[in-house]
Ligand binder design. Structure first.
Ligand code: GN1
Ligand code: MG
Length: 342
């Protein structure tokens, strides 16, 4: 891979020289680096082009959305221009790089700590969608078509099981059975969208707890980050991802599933925060599906992790063998718990 320090010369970050460049751990898709100078901090990212093949469209969405939010007074990511006036730099190997200013005095929570914290996160995602209601046309690019189409995810899963290219399905027979038994769940959100029962909106599509940054002083959300999947979708995708990540006592990477529990107070806090921020725009159809969105999106995530495990771990970064299987088991345990709760 191109040395990230050589990439900085292509961005207009002033005359300051970096004092430190270090990889940022976490995130399954892009490669990220923290760049520090004497006075400022930046995040340099190499965009994963097999997941995001059209970086121009991705950055067009990114800039339209951040520009709109900034004009409304929100703190949001700012992508710095290259010396050629572009939003990203293509290196000699054809890899795309983006540089953003670091948001100072903020912190990220990987595991939910308090009801107030998860409520604040939910409020932030609700305001996010609400603030993008009046984004001028045209429709944002669908960066990854069918991203939250659980039916499509199921079809890909069934094909993977049938192909079994790494002889791995024998390690996951109970998990495969569990998924197939609940197959009709795949239809619920996609059908409601197709029938117009729930509207298409601009949503984040990766609305995890760790994709918001909290203000160190106030504990309020300073900014919603990781905007690569912001595109048309359903508000239920974001609400479901929040339940998945902010109502579970364990990270999705936790291999010991006995550590997973759901916190009902957090589910209530997420629901209240979400309704407080975007209750005024959500429809009856959306409201009715809120109680099942968490289990449906967690189920979809389990399908995605297990598909990647069966196919040989090409999509999600892994750091040890069977990590995608562990992640799938973790998410299925969470599905079980959420199922008992609905
Ligand atoms: C990926 O970029 P990151 O790691 O936040 C994935 C999400 C999954 C998530 C699971 C483009 O997000 O859809 O929910 O992992 N992003 C993409 O943690 O596939
Ligand atoms: Mg992401």
């Amino acid at each position: 891979m191109t040395d990230p320090s050589t990439i900085l010369a292509y961005f207009t970050i002033g005359k300051t020289t970096p004092t430190q460049i270090s990889p940022i751990i976490g995130g399954h898709i892009n490669k990220s680096f923290l760049v520090l100078t004497e006075t400022e901090g930046f995040v340099l990212q190499r965009i994963n082009e097999s997941v995001f093949p059209d970086v121009s469209k991705l950055m067009e969405n990114f800039c339209r959305v951040t520009g709109h939010l900034r004009a409304k007074g929100f703190i949001t990511l700012e992508s710095l221009q290259t010396v050629h006036g572009k939003d990203f730099h293509l290196d000699t190997q054809g890899h795309a790089w983006r540089l953003c200013r670091r948001l100072e005095n903020t912190l990220m929570a990987s595991i939910p700590a308090t009801s107030q914290q998860v409520k604040n996160a939910a409020k932030a995602y609700g305001y996010f969608t609400r603030s993008l209601e009046d984004l001028p046309k045209p429709r944002l690019h669908e960066i990854i078509p069918g991203f939250h189409d659980t039916r499509k995810r199921m079809d890909e899963f069934l094909l993977a099981v049938e192909a079994n290219p790494r002889n791995r399905i024998q390690n996951a027979t109970a998990e495969i059975e569990f998924i197939i038994e609940r197959r009709e769940w795949c239809e619920i959100i996609p059908r409601a969208m197709a029938d117009g029962v729930i509207p298409e909106r601009i949503v984040h599509n990766d609305a995890k707890l760790d994709n918001v940054l909290f203000d160190i002083q106030t504990g309020e959300v300073a900014s919603v980050i990781d905007l690569d999947t912001v595109m048309p979708g359903s508000i239920l995708h974001d609400f479901g991802d929040l339940i998945r990540s902010a109502a579970s006592s364990a990270r999705e990477d936790e291999p010991d599933i006995s550590k997973i529990a759901i916190n009902k107070h957090f589910i209530d806090a997420i629901t209240n925060g979400f309704l407080e921020s975007c209750g005024a725009i959500i429809t009856q159809g959306e409201r009715e599906l809120l109680p099942v969105a968490g289990k449906l999106i967690t189920y979809e995530q389990a399908i995605r992790f297990l598909t990647d495990y069966i196919l040989g771990d090409h999509y999600y970064k892994t750091h040890h063998p069977n990590q995608n299987l562990d992640r799938a088991r973790n998410q299925l345990r969470l599905v079980e718990l959420l199922e008992e709760n609905t």
